[in-house]
Design a protein around this ligand. Structure first.
Ligand code: SF4
Length: 254
């Protein structure tokens, strides 16, 4: 049954109340449905799913949230360097669910200045330049958008990478002015994600069939070989402990 959206009647919990709930620890035992139901009841419409459209996790959460409430919101960071397959998936989602997808773009003047000073493919030159590109194309648009929300949902999972092993299901994200951050499938395995995709016929990025477990920006993603870590194809020229774009900087906190 879809939850009714009554934005004007929603009394969102204070940060102190959320902190108390987190402190009691019980939310870590809630399953994804229960976390999303709680989040929609308390924060919608100032709640949105952050989905890359390049990983099945975000699509699973989109499907769950849409079934709980068809007016639930989803956004994608369109960096200007996404793969064509990712844009195709955005269109498929619009058709499949009849759902709007909010596309967030970087500031044109920031991108112009960056490529004028450092070139269009600066990310291969150094870790600093790669992080600069991620900051301008991803983190700043994300920060701008989160400033309009009270809570957001991500598809982070603990076993994706060493940088994500301490991911909590619910936290206060101080890197974005204390917004509530929800990682409802933090304890899922990759197999569980794909089981959900198959069972519910969830649309996913077609590049997953070509050796890409996750699809980021086109120049920063490659297919992986059998047996490689599932994040090995992202910024493959860097060491595993630097492989974050800055969106989820809280390391063990997320
Ligand atoms: S993933 Fe690559 S192209 Fe995309 S924002 Fe980061 S450095 Fe830039």
């Amino acid at each position: 049954m879809a939850l009714s959206a009554a934005p004007s009647l929603v009394q969102k919990p204070s940060i102190e109340e959320v902190n108390r709930l987190i402190g009691r620890g019980e939310m870590e035992s809630w399953d994804a449905q229960k976390i999303l139901t709680w989040a929609l009841e308390n924060f919608h419409p100032r709640l949105a799913l952050s989905a890359s459209f390049g990983a099945p996790e975000g699509m699973v959460l989109l499907d769950m949230m849409h079934k709980l409430d068809p007016t639930s919101r989803v956004f994608v960071l369109d960096t200007g360097r996404l793969a064509q397959a990712t844009h195709e998936l955005v269109d498929r989602v619009r058709e499949h669910y009849g759902k709007q997808v909010e596309m967030l773009f970087p500031r044109a003047e920031d991108v112009q200045e960056m490529v004028r000073d450092s070139g269009v493919n600066l990310f291969y030159d150094s870790l600093e330049k790669r992080k600069l590109c991620c900051r301008i194309r991803k983190v700043e648009p994300m920060r701008r958008h989160l400033a309009t929300l009270d809570a957001y949902v991500t598809g982070l999972r603990r076993d994706q990478n060493v940088t994500r092993s301490g991911t909590k299901k619910v936290l206060i994200d101080d890197s974005y002015r204390g917004i509530v951050k929800l990682n409802p499938i933090a304890d899922w395995t990759q197999d569980e994600v794909w089981q959900y995709v198959r069972k519910h016929d969830v649309p996913v990025n077609r590049l997953h069939q070509s050796g890409y477990p996750s699809v980021g920006c086109e120049p920063c993603t490659r297919a992986i070989a059998a047996g490689e870590d599932e994040r090995a194809g992202r910024w493959w020229w860097e060491s595993p402990d630097t492989k974050e774009c800055g969106l989820h900087e809280q390391g063990s906190g997320i």
